[in-house]
Design a binder for this molecule. Structure first.
Ligand code: G1P
Length: 295
């Protein structure tokens, strides 16, 4: 077992090349990552969380038909000039801040060969350092950004850390599932013995699901290159992390916060209501309106 000396986490990979089939027809011509949750697109929540965790470089793995994401994070000179001319300074600041969030690099995944393959597309840009992976469908509402909590755990352990939560019953078969034990010193850490992607409910080793937040050591790339297609015929990140277990320790991490699956219509609706109620400007009046809403 080699223990990697903790290095500062600077880079986050956000896989965003998927077709968004769970959200059709909304995602026929609009990238799923650009769906607006309350007042900003899903991908912006992801980038902001990575920045809150200390990342300064975001690598978005994109694909065909996804260029509006690049426009969203780019400087928009015409819009800025128009807002400035009309003295709309607050809006101007909002628009400018989006393009200044972080250095964002784009790389393409030409074919939908799986999450492991998507992460592999970032190999050259990430290089030989530990990094985060954040799946933008998973919106985590937390007092301390979920990835920041995980970076702190990485700084303690120097090991791969997988965001994890307990899910009910058969829901486990939609996730990567951990066979793990709670760490004696830190009850938020789960020492992982094994893992399986999308198990049948009756074969799942536990109810501990992997959520879309990972801190990975760079050896993961070699592991991805060594695996064969797994669940759904895709190169699964879970299978590569399982292979990593032969070389390094891997921990699950029971984060503090609430996750919404915003890649799913029902999850997106719930996230809209919950985050709408918490919104600093819209929340109070939305709450009043909801109270009077006939259900
Ligand atoms: C992916 C991962 C899975 C993980 C899930 C979290 O699955 O493969 O291990 O539990 O994200 O959202 P997907 O939801 O892309 O099928």
């Amino acid at each position: 077992m080699t223990q990697i000396k903790p290095m500062k986490i600077r880079k986050a990979v956000i896989p965003a090349a998927g077709m968004g089939t769970r959200f059709l027809p909304a995602t026929k011509a609009t990238p799923k990552e650009m769906l607006c949750l309350v007042d900003k697109p899903l991908i912006q929540y992801g980038v902001e969380e990575a920045v809150a965790a200390g990342c300064t470089e975001i690598i978005i793995v994109t694909g065909r038909g996804k260029t509006t994401m690049e426009d969203h994070f780019d400087k928009s000179s015409e819009l800025e000039a128009s807002l400035a001319a009309k003295n709309k300074t607050a809006l101007l600041e909002v628009v400018r801040s989006v393009s200044k969030l972080a250095k964002i690099t784009y790389t393409r995944q030409a074919e939908p060969l799986g999450l492991g393959h998507a992460v592999l597309m970032a190999k050259e840009i990430v290089g030989d350092e530990p990094f985060c992976v954040l799946l933008p469908d998973d919106i985590v509402d937390a007092d301390v950004a979920c990835l920041k909590q995980m970076v702190e755990a990485f700084n303690e352990t120097g090991s791969t850390i997988l965001g994890s939560e307990v899910v009910e019953g058969a829901a486990i078969s939609a996730y990567g599932c951990l066979d793990c034990t709670v760490d004696a010193k830190n009850p938020q850490l789960l020492a992982v013995k094994n893992m399986v992607e999308k198990p049948k409910a009756e074969e799942a080793p536990s109810q501990n699901a992997i959520i879309g937040r990972y801190i990975l050591t760079p050896r993961i790339f070699e592991m991805i290159e060594g695996i064969k297609p797994g669940a759904g015929g895709e190169l699964q990140l879970t299978d590569a992390i399982k292979a990593l277990l032969q070389h390094e320790k891997v921990y699950g991490f029971s984060y503090k916060g609430k996750r919404h699956d915003a890649g799913d219509k029902q999850g997106f609706l719930r996230a809209t209501v919950e985050l709408g109620l918490k919104h600093p400007v819209l929340g109070a009046s939305f709450r009043e309106w909801l109270k009077a809403f006939p259900v």
